[in-house]
Design a binder for this molecule. Structure first.
Ligand SMILES: [Zn+2]
Length: 268
């Protein structure tokens, strides 16, 4: 499933292709994704004024005061070269490029919403702070939200009300870097640990974006190029392999139906 670094990598790759460009054609497959795709014929002739992101939603601001919201779901990707027409559900064409949403499992989402009220949209309004926004996602915020919470630390970090975009891979990797146990109750987090965790979450996500994301399960850049952050994983997917810091075999457990990987010695 594409996580925040993969969505951000996609956004950055699409900016030169779409921003400031006029849409000369917009086609859809007519198939239902997570929700029915709205009619998009009215977008022909509009210009993409901005390509933003909130959590894992890509937000294409348009010159007609509407925003096209795209979520990649489980297996979606935006690409200039869709592998099969069969699973291509949206194609945006400009004078210079065409960008398609390729989504075999169809858990993706395409919505059109007025830009003026975008952040009140029911999907966006309840979201917590962006992890890379250092004025919103602060140690004070993390420490205050963890207060009196019994939820184990990893599912707490993956809760979008705590912070958005810390998905399964990056939660495990950030907790390893911060040397914190994924099973400790969030309410036990000290002020100092909150500071360390905020720093490591931000650094882990930034490193992943610089590496072009992690190319696991269908993810690729719009150009088809692969990200390589997965080659630097310390714990994720490394059950039984030695911890890079102390050599202890990495442990695998399931928390809130998701796989968690950690070092039982470094992350006590
Ligand atoms: Zn270790």
């Amino acid at each position: 499933m594409p996580e925040l670094p993969e969505v951000e990598t996609t956004r950055r790759a699409l900016i030169p292709l779409l921003e400031g460009q006029t849409l000369t054609a917009v086609t859809t497959s007519g198939k239902r994704l997570r929700q029915p795709v709205p009619p998009l014929d009215s977008l022909v002739g509009t210009t993409v004024t901005a390509l933003a992101r909130r959590a894992k939603y890509l937000l294409l601001g348009l010159s007609n005061s509407q925003t096209l919201l795209i979520h990649l779901g489980m297996s979606g990707r935006l690409t200039t070269a869709p592998p099969h027409a069969k699973h291509t559900h949206l194609t945006l064409t400009t004078a210079h490029a065409s960008v398609s949403l390729y989504d075999p499992r169809r858990f993706g989402l395409i919505l059109l919403t007025p830009t003026a009220t975008l952040h009140n949209h029911p999907l966006l309004a309840p979201l917590g702070p962006e992890p890379l926004d250092d004025t919103a996602f602060t140690p004070t915020h993390l420490y205050a939200s963890s207060h009196a919470r019994n939820t184990p630390l990893k599912p707490f970090l993956m809760d979008a009300r705590t912070v958005v975009g810390v998905g399964n891979i990056y939660a495990s990797e950030s907790l390893f870097r911060a040397r914190l146990s994924p099973t400790m109750p969030a309410g036990k987090l000290t002020r100092k640990q909150a500071e360390s965790l905020v720093e490591h979450i931000r650094q882990t996500l930034t490193d992943a974006i610089h590496a072009g994301g992690s190319s696991l399960r269908d993810y690729a850049h719009p150009s088809g190029q692969l990200g390589n952050f997965q080659s630097t994983f310390n714990v994720y997917g490394r059950k039984g392999q030695p911890c890079p810091a102390c050599g202890t075999p990495i442990t695998h457990i399931t928390q809130a139906q998701r796989s968690t990987f950690y070092c039982p010695v470094c992350q006590k």
